[in-house]
Structures are given as structure tokens and as C-alpha cells.
Design a protein around this ligand. Structure first.
Ligand SMILES: [Zn+2]
Length: 66
């Protein structure tokens, strides 16, 4: 049963070397963590992401059970 969502930065194209991954109860929370991580670790602002980038990142957020 799905009760959480996970995101692994290394699944993202070009981020294979990044060890960060997140698990949270909702996709909303995972998005916040991804945005914060992008800013801190990759110096990337989520406000620069276009809808295509967001769609791509969204496919990397996986439902899991913990
Ligand atoms: Zn990363």
C-alpha cells in the first residue's frame, strides 16, 4: 500500500553523482524538499524550472510503502 512518496536525486539526468534522496508522506512535501535541495546542493532555483522540467521531476517522485 502506498503511504509515502520518494525522490532520489540521482534518478535525475545529470545528477547521477548526487547521494540525496527524500521520503515524505505527500508529494507536496517531497516537492518542497526537492526545491530546497536543488537550491542548497545544486544552487538551482525552482522558480527557474519550466513546466517541462517540473513534469520530468514529477515522474521521478515514486509512490512507496514504508
Ligand atoms: Zn541532488
Amino acid at each position: 500500500m502506498t503511504n509515502a512518496f520518494s525522490y532520489a536525486c540521482k534518478d535525475c539526468e545529470g545528477m547521477e553523482a548526487c547521494p540525496a534522496s527524500f521520503v515524505a508522506e505527500t508529494t507536496d512535501e517531497v516537492w518542497k524538499l526537492v526545491e530546497l535541495h536543488a537550491q542548497i546542493a545544486h544552487n538551482e532555483s525552482s522558480t527557474d524550472w519550466d513546466s517541462e522540467t517540473r513534469e520530468y521531476l514529477g515522474t521521478l517522485i515514486k509512490p512507496i510503502s514504508v
